[in-house]
Design a protein around this ligand. Structure first.
Ligand SMILES: *Cc1c(COP(=O)(O)O)cnc(C)c1O
Length: 400
């Protein structure tokens, strides 16, 4: 039986009209080599066994699903359930694909793993995975983010990673991506670029999705086992889109499950440069080696973006999300900085769970819609990470 989703992507890395490899020929060769190695190595029993063992014994999988009873009761409508990716070692979903990528790099005999990081979560997760696997790790990070995410910066250094501060432009995630990419181009044969989300040229959107898809596979089985049915909604915040694809992939064929991606509206989608709602406000274009929705000032000129969550401020979006939006399988909504802060505080005080500001976007959406839904309706939210890293920033912002 054929479905709209399998096989996704096609051999050229396209999800409908999105994705592909918009890179120069020598780089296309490097990407194809990674794709080929990925296909071969991930089929090997020794790779699969090592990855499975590390997911269990090192990351602490499976992560539980927690029924936020008090929050649901207060809201007076739908039941909110949280997939606790915040409980993973290093505190976010990112360790899932970092472990996969670092292990793949080692199996490919690479000499250095390079990456960009926004909130610092990808950098910490990758530095962790590289320490574990035994490969030198170089992290590029915007100066603005370095100042905002100090604890993560310190952690990366402790873990032995080399930190490269990026001061050009807005000095956030987008510039860090450009800088890391330039370093990678110096020796694509020996370096491995570990992209931090389901973005970039093929095969990265596919690889990162596959390594993340354990989130949805677990969640589907856990929810079915506990409730005897699937959730009515599965929701996740969307930056590049990896935690959302990780959750959504297992549910794509389940028509009864409404999938909701929540983008950052920042200070308002009516304020250009002050949000990062790529699918909601952008249009099809190109960025970082792929076709996808983009926010841009002119063709090829990415717009400035903002979100209270630095892990979400990216002017592009994964190609599969772009496709899922067009075919209507996933509904994309927004949450702004203010309601995200409210959700951060509310979840902390009502359930004793401090969410990452990124994840709080998805919680904010659930809190907004729950009161209008029946008590028998179940919303599963991917709590992509924990919010310790944001605590000082939030306390300062709220005068706590
Ligand atoms: C990086 C990050 C995100 C955003 O990345 P996606 O690829 O969209 O998942 C979301 N939540 C947390 C906790 C993060 O660290």
């Amino acid at each position: 039986m054929t479905t709209p989703f399998a096989p996704m992507p096609d051999a050229q890395g396209y999800f409908g009209p999105y994705g592909g490899q918009l890179v120069p020929p020598f780089l296309k060769q490097a990407m194809d080599d990674i794709g080929k190695a990925y296909a071969e190595i991930t089929q090997r029993a020794d790779f699969q066994q090592e990855l499975r063992e590390l997911q269990t014994d090192y990351v602490g999988r499976p992560s539980p699903i927690f029924h936020a009873r008090r929050l649901s009761q207060q809201l007076g409508g739908a039941q909110i359930h949280l997939k606790r990716e915040d409980l993973n070692h290093t505190g976010a979903h990112k360790i899932n694909h970092c472990l996969g990528e670092a292990l793949l790099a080692r199996f490919m005999n690479k000499t250095k793993v390079i990456a960009e990081t926004g909130a610092g979560q990808h950098g910490v997760a990758l530095a962790t995975a590289c320490a574990l696997v035994g490969i030198p790790c170089e992290i590029h990070m915007g100066q603005v983010d370095i100042e905002k995410e100090h604890p993560n910066v310190t952690k990366m250094r402790i873990l032995g990673a080399t930190l490269v501060p990026v001061t050009r432009g807005a000095a956030t995630l987008k510039e860090a991506v450009d800088n890391a990419f330039e370093e990678y181009l110096k020796d694509p044969t020996n370096y491995f670029y570990a992209i931090g989300s389901v973005v970039g040229p093929h095969p990265f959107p596919m690889m990162v999705r596959d390594f993340q898809s354990i989130v949805g596979r677990e969640a589907r089985e856990q929810f079915l086992g506990k409730h005897g049915k699937l959730p009515d909604y599965a929701a996740a915040c969307v930056g590049g889109g990896s935690n959302a694809m990780g959750l959504f992939t297992a549910f794509l064929e389940d028509e009864s499950v409404k999938l909701v991606g929540v983008e950052p509206a920042g200070e308002g989608t009516d304020k250009p440069g002050r949000h990062a709602a790529t699918l909601t406000m952008g249009k099809p274009g190109e960025i970082h080696g792929m076709k996808c929705y983009v926010l841009e000032d002119a063709p090829g000129v990415p717009a400035a973006v903002h979100s209270i969550a630095s892990g979400l401020d990216y002017p592009g979006i994964g190609p599969q999300h772009s496709y899922l939006k067009d075919i209507g399988r996933v509904q994309y909504e927004v949450a702004d900085d203010k309601e995200t802060l409210d959700a951060y505080m509310r979840l902390s005080r009502v359930e004793g769970i401090v969410p990452a500001l990124e994840s709080a976007h998805a919680v904010a959406w659930a809190m907004r819609v729950a009161p209008g839904l029946g008590k028998e309706v179940n919303i599963l939210v991917n709590l992509s990470g924990r919010g310790d890293k944001d605590a000082d920033y939030v306390a300062h912002k709220l005068g706590l």
